[in-house]
Design a protein around this ligand. Structure first.
Ligand code: GLU
Length: 305
């Protein structure tokens, strides 16, 4: 049986040689400028090993991966009351879909699709006078990146073209599931999605979800053990848009993808693994990231490293 680093390197080398299919997300103009051939991976084990391959130190737009952090913050603040505002069921629809909201009276299916993440932003606007600042401070704390900032260029790029997200926030408001001003809520949402990290930073940041809610290395409590288990359950069932079932079947780990081409996945009590390759498949998930994780988990078979 190969060790952690060897398996990572061998899997990376195999996937790098395959076709890099798909297309980069272009509906956010700033994301379309990316070099599509970049590819990086990083694994962080809970016993302190970190191994990387490829472009693991290049910052990329983590987009929807950040929705796990806004969920963690809201859940740690208001607990299960959160579920009066949304559900925790897979949607089976595209990330930015409006269709279920009409028949389900403005209750989003889960916090990882856009509608749910927008309601989470509204909850943060309820909780804080300056939610943008508090959210950034929280992400700085969880990631350990002291100088982390929002990428204003990406946030503004999405602001100019994010018509479906504007539609979502107003539609939610019509069902009284948004308490605050729609412009304030959607501005927070676009900023949340504009966060950039490297694969190394993503793997570390989400380490608390593999470590019973405690930050890797410091053991600072980010969420309670049961909240960590629940967030993982939601990632497992809802983390990959309308491809969540396929990811669960082929990879079998809780995870979350973003349209910037990043994926975070984790094996509780073992490791987190971050991948980044900007070309997306038809469902909006990183083509090579999905292939890499499928092969990596096949090779490792839930091994304890
Ligand atoms: N900011 C993106 C949007 O709302 C996030 C999508 C994603 O990464 O899934 O369209």
């Amino acid at each position: 049986m190969q060790g952690c680093k060897e398996t990572l390197d061998n899997t990376f080398s195999l996937i790098s040689k395959m076709d890099n299919k798909g297309a980069v997300a272009s509906y956010i103009p700033e994301l379309a400028k990316i070099n599509p051939d970049q590819f990086g991976v990083c694994i962080s084990t809970i016993n302190g090993e970190t191994h990387t391959a490829g472009d693991a130190q290049t910052k990329f737009s983590i987009q929807s991966i950040a929705k796990v952090l806004s969920l963690s913050l809201a859940l740690s603040k208001i607990g299960d009351t959160l579920w009066t505002r949304m559900d925790f069921e897979p949607s089976g629809n595209a990330f930015n879909s409006l269709v279920q909201l009409e028949s389900e009276q403005g209750i989003p299916r889960n916090p990882l699709i856009n509608a749910g993440a927008i309601v989470i932003c509204d909850i943060l606007c309820d909780l804080y006078k300056n939610p943008k600042k508090e959210l950034l401070q929280y992400i700085r704390k969880v990631s350990g990146i002291k100088d982390l900032t929002y990428n204003e260029v990406i946030a503004m790029s999405e602001k100019r073209t994010g018509h479906r997200n504007y539609a979502l926030v107003h539609f939610l408001k019509s069902f009284h599931n948004i308490n605050n001003d729609c412009d304030k809520v959607i501005d927070l949402y676009f900023h949340l999605c504009s966060i950039e990290m490297t694969c190394v930073e993503v793997a570390y940041t989400f380490g608390f979800l593999a470590n019973n809610g405690k930050q890797l290395g410091t053991n600072i409590k980010i969420v309670s053990p049961s909240q960590s288990r629940r967030i993982n359950a939601i990632m497992q069932t809802c983390g990959f848009y309308d491809e969540a079932g396929e990811f669960a079947y082929k990879v079998g780990l809780p995870g979350k993808s973003g349209v910037g081409g990043g994926i975070i996945a984790l094996l509780p009590n073992q490791y987190t693994i971050a991948t980044w390759s900007p070309k997306l498949n038809k469902k909006g998930n990183s083509y090579r990231g999905m292939k890499f994780l499928e092969l990596f988990t096949d090779e490792t078979q839930n091994t304890v490293f």
